[in-house]
Design a protein around this ligand. Structure first.
Ligand SMILES: NC(=O)c1ccc[n+]([C@@H]2O[C@H](COP(=O)([O-])OP(=O)(O)OC[C@H]3O[C@@H](n4cnc5c(N)ncnc54)[C@H](OP(=O)(O)O)[C@@H]3O)[C@@H](O)[C@H]2O)c1
Length: 320
């Protein structure tokens, strides 16, 4: 099944901000015959996002060749209805059922679904509250699980492209991500099973590295120093760049998708009983075998030593 933006009904969860919003913009601007439904919990954010996308598109159309915007305030905005929103807490199964009933009634059952809803509270395990722990599973796993189940029930025979957003931390879980990485690893496992069961579906799984978004900015506030040290100095890429890389990769036919080469390498190192569906899989496998013999054991020893040293020094500082 080819990935194309045009002539679709696309459901985007987490469409009110970050990558979900970037995808909504992309579909709106690049695919005139596609209907877009964005979903998240906050109605105010959804409304703002819809207005922003419509106004930006309208202003772009009014831009002259010299790049100046002609503000024709009296000109009506593009009111043609192809961008919809629906406020819904997708971690609640009954609410997702209601969403799909509404979509069915409006003849808006999606042909593509992007499960972008997600978010992390990066903290050391002892610093997390019970609420944080529950949110980790609710936002990152249940939102995707519930939507995938409703789509699977709705589309018993028709083709469907389900695009699920995991994280590079599913391939390499490390200190500071106890609230988040396990839920993203659960998504990886769910994807492997759905690929076997939902034979009329194309199921893609994205493992992004860091990219700029409202959620990412918030994460930086609580992210422990040791987590930042392990992540290294690599900057988050712009959200639009991440969106374009993912769309290109899907169009090329990849179903395990990365936003950088590090993601591809990490999946190679993650040898195991799941079929890989990225580019250059044989090369990835050879790289995985060699790196598991020559690099991974030494890296892991060094990494454990580094983390223990950090805890010793920082526990020492607290005690003083
Ligand atoms: N940014 C990164 O560096 C990065 C790296 C790896 C993976 N990812 C993953 O990529 C995806 C997009 O990331 P992002 O940074 O763009 O996200 P973000 O800015 O944090 O936005 C998350 C979206 O999810 C919605 N949401 C949260 N809980 C929900 C719920 N229970 N029901 C419905 N909607 C819900 C939020 O809206 P409301 O608050 O209105 O509900 C918001 O629209 C996420 O799955 C994230 O885990 C991100």
């Amino acid at each position: 099944m080819k990935f194309t933006l045009e002539n679709q009904v696309v459901l985007i969860t987490g469409g009110s901000q970050g990558l979900g919003k970037e995808f909504a913009k992309k579909y709106y601007n690049e695919a005139e015959n596609t209907k877009i439904i964005i979903v998240s919990r906050s109605e105010a954010k959804l409304l703002d996002t819809c207005n922003e996308i419509r106004i930006e598109a309208h202003l772009r159309r009014e831009t002259t060749d010299e790049g100046q915007v002609q503000h024709k305030l009296a000109a009506p905005l593009d009111l043609e209805q192809r961008l919809f929103y629906y406020p819904c807490d997708l971690s609640c199964y009954e609410s997702v059922e209601c969403l799909f009933n509404v979509l069915r009634d409006l003849n808006l059952l999606p042909t593509q679904t992007l499960c972008c809803a997600g978010g992390a509270v990066p903290k050391l395990f002892r610093g997390l509250s019970g609420h944080d722990l529950n949110l980790g599973m609710d936002i990152n796993y249940k939102t995707t699980l519930n939507v995938a189940h409703q789509i699977a029930l709705a589309e018993q025979t028709k083709e469907h492209h389900l695009i699920i957003f995991s994280s590079a931390t599913a391939l390499y879980p490390f200190v500071g991500y106890s609230q988040y990485a396990p839920a993203k690893a659960a998504i990886k496992s769910l994807v492997a099973i759905l690929r076997q069961e939902l034979t009329n579906f194309r199921i893609s799984c994205v493992y992004p590295g860091n990219f700029e978004s409202e959620g990412f900015t918030l994460e930086q506030v609580t992210k422990p120093e040791i987590t930042k040290l392990i992540e290294g100095p690599s900057d988050a890429i712009p959200c639009k760049q991440a969106c374009d890389i993912i769309a290109k990769s899907l169009a090329r036919g990849d179903d395990d998708v990365f936003t950088d080469f590090v993601g591809w390498m990490m999946m190679g190192m993650d040898l195991g009983l799941t079929a890989k569906k990225s580019r250059f899989v044989p090369l990835q496998w050879i790289f995985g075998v060699l790196s598991n013999i020559l690099v991974v054991p030494f890296y892991m020893v060094g990494c454990s030593w580094y983390i223990r040293k950090w805890f010793r020094e920082n526990d020492g500082k607290k005690a003083n």
